[in-house]
Write a protein that binds this ligand. Structure first.
Ligand SMILES: [Cu+2]
Length: 657
């Protein structure tokens, strides 16, 4: 049968049948981890490997993260060991139900109160599509289709729940499985979990067509899509990959990008990530300068960066590990590794003290570092417990799991988005206390303050919205729905045409005029007017659109630099070319392809796979946000316009001599 011919590997695995092909078939006798084969059980290995975060060890249309099972199957997620060997995971994760059939029951869902390294299981009975996510690293997806043996087609379910959008307790809120939203989510699953489906900007002139399973699927009302691959490709794909385009106007300095999924020989697939450094000024503008993998430290999924105020050090987090790294910005050499805890996600400096703050996304705290006169950073020993930790929740409150925090322009405040508790911790460094903890939306993932610290914004990944918090009293004044113009059933986009889903980084422009957000579901960049707090525009980005930060444009104004997880290009967005405060003329001025195989950049390791892929943290050097820009040394200050040196207008800054 066609259905089982293509999906045979997964079914074979699910049933634990002897003689099934695959790399699990020939375990040596001395293996202390004999392959697992409990009856009616399907196993996912949890890993830190790009695209194969939940690994069935069998491939369906390019993905290793989908299993097709009969009703009654137990699904086990392995972290303490793998299917046929030791644990394949270094960091903490959750296994959390994200999508499930409208007809499913509460017993068919799982979640955990804290991030962990334990095994988890759930038994699925109701036919249809189930997707599981890690709340710490929400690109980690596992799909299970519970197939109804009564029908020849693969069963998607009559309707589907999506956490954050529908009410799992109310089946009437689930959306039809033949809706545009369901098809978008299906497409996203097969792009996210299949590295061969990532958008490769070296394949110039070739249409971008991800591969999906070419099987018949059964949707709402028994409607049959005879070929899922053909249907998804016709609906969403086919744009031709363009050649690299360098922006005409140069930037200032460099842009550092965490190419988090790029694999190197010394770290292998288990611990991906490089940092890609790009010149954006001078004779080498828009060319790659360096790749940094930190092979000796085994950097595992380096995620986000910030610079010291003299711009001599780059601080780098390790999201699937435990360390913060300090790197010499001039040479790319490691200065210091500091082990701090589970899943360090984002890093920023405090303007007034130059202390460094790093979120522990797999835990409940922000770690504080002091900077010595020598430049060396070390954990502040005076915080309670001696580990530099500032707790982001009160006693008895749920574990916060803070992700991308932001710091005030004057160093007095910090705001974290707490991905586990669906709120934001607004911390005051003067009182040394949590000032407020406003509720946000589902799975808040990134925060950003405006340049005079009167408002901050929090992107809600599963809420498809941006919360606006007033900083005078810590009250949420608005949620901006990024799907307000979108009809989830028909897919029609009305209103001003702007659309964003699964939003991530959301910084405010240094002059305070706009909030620019990378949206991973829709593959769009959304722009919010930061005066009216309304969604005014969106532009096409890449699959997994993720990181945004602002850098100085030569001669005045700013570029927004934008990264995407499932492509290998850095987008240079000129959001206001004539600097008139209106983004009607916003344009993608150009981009840089992050695969350096045509002209290898100097590196500390050999690149072996996922070339240039996984764009997440993005850091323009020099740092031109209000508060930080005034701290720049003369060499950088001299390259900025008077407006850039003081982005919200007050006194004219004279560069230090
Ligand atoms: Cu995770």
């Amino acid at each position: 049968m066609r259905k089982y011919g293509i999906l045979g590997a997964a079914l074979c695995l699910a049933a634990g049948v002897a003689g099934c092909s695959g790399d699990d078939a020939a375990a040596p006798p001395a293996n202390p981890f004999p392959p697992l084969n409990a009856a009616n059980t399907t196993y996912f290995d949890v890993t830190d490997e790009a695209g194969r975060w939940f690994d069935t060890r069998a491939t369906i249309a390019g993905t290793n993260s989908l299993a097709v099972v009969p009703p009654g199957q137990k699904i086990r997620f392995l972290q303490t060991r793998s299917f046929n060997g030791p644990s394949r995971v270094e960091s903490f994760h959750t296994v959390t139900s994200l999508i499930f059939p409208g007809a499913s029951t509460a017993s068919e869902r799982i979640d955990q109160p804290t991030a962990n390294k334990d095994d988890h299981e759930v038994t699925l009975n109701t036919p249809g599509l189930y997707v599981f996510v890690c709340k710490v690293h929400p690109y980690m997806l596992a799909g299970v289709i519970v197939d109804d043996p009564a029908n020849p087609e693969l069963e998607m379910g009559e309707t589907l729940h999506l956490v954050g959008v529908t009410d799992p307790a109310n089946a009437a809120t689930a959306f039809p499985s033949n809706s545009n939203l369901a098809l978008r989510l299906l497409r996203a699953f097969f792009v996210v979990t299949s590295p061969s489906n990532w958008k490769d900007y070296t394949k110039v002139g070739i249409p971008f067509k991800p591969i999906y399973p070419a099987v018949p699927v059964r949707l709402t009302g028994g409607a049959v899509v005879p070929d899922l691959n053909a249907a998804l490709q016709a609906t969403f794909d086919g744009d031709v990959i363009p050649a690299q385009k360098s922006p005409t106007i140069k930037g200032v300095g460099e842009v550092w990008v965490d190419t988090q999924y790029e694999e190197t020989v010394s770290k292998g697939a288990a611990k991906p990530s490089t940092i890609t450094v790009i010149d954006v000024a001078g004779a080498n503008a828009w060319k790659m300068k360096r790749k940094i993998a930190l092979p000796a430290q085994q950097m595992n999924n380096g995620h986000n960066m910030w610079s010291s105020h003299d711009q001599k050090q780059i601080y780098q987090t390790e999201w699937h590990g435990k360390s913060l790294y300090s790197i010499d910005s001039a040479t790319g050499a490691l200065l210091k590794e500091i082990v701090i805890g589970e899943d360090p996600a984002h890093v920023m400096t405090r303007v007034d003290t130059e202390q460094v703050h790093v979120t522990l996304n797999g835990e409940d705290a922000v770690v504080e570092f002091d900077k010595a006169a020598s430049g060396e950073i070390s954990i502040n020993p005076t915080r309670p417990g001696g580990q530099g930790r500032i707790l982001m929740q009160g006693p008895g409150e749920p574990q916060s799991q803070p992700h991308a925090h932001w710091m005030g322009h004057d160093g007095k405040t910090m705001a974290t988005p707490n991905s586990n508790s669906n709120d934001s911790t607004f911390f005051n460094f003067i009182t040394n206390l949590i000032f407020k903890k406003p509720a946000t939306g589902p799975l808040p993932i990134a925060a950003a303050m405006n340049p005079n610290s009167t408002k901050y914004y929090v992107s809600n990944y599963l809420g498809h919205s941006i919360s606006v918090i007033r900083m005078s009293d810590g009250v949420k004044i608005k949620d901006i729905n990024l799907l307000q113009n979108y009809n989830p059933v028909s897919g029609a986009v009305g209103g001003n045409g702007a659309i964003g889903g699964l939003p991530i980084q959301t910084p405010v422009s240094p002059d305070g005029k706009f909030v620019i957000t990378g949206n991973t579901l829709t593959g769009t960049i959304t722009i919010i007017d930061a005066v009216t707090d309304t969604l005014v525009k969106s532009l096409t980005c890449d699959p997994g659109c993720h990181g945004v930060n602002f850098g100085a444009k030569e001669g005045g104004g700013y570029y927004a630099y934008v990264t995407s997880k499932f492509s290998n290009r850095l987008i240079v967005l000129d959001y206001d070319p004539n600097n008139d405060g209106n983004v009607a003329d916003a344009v993608i001025a150009g981009w840089v392809v992050l695969d350096d195989s045509a002209a290898p950049a100097p590196t500390d390791d050999t690149i072996t796979g996922n070339r240039g892929m996984g764009g997440q943290g993005v850091l323009p050097v020099p740092n031109v946000y209000n508060g930080w820009v005034q701290k720049l040394p003369k060499s950088f200050c001299d390259q900025l316009s008077p407006e850039q040196r003081n982005p919200i207008g007050a006194p004219v800054i004279t560069c230090p001599s």
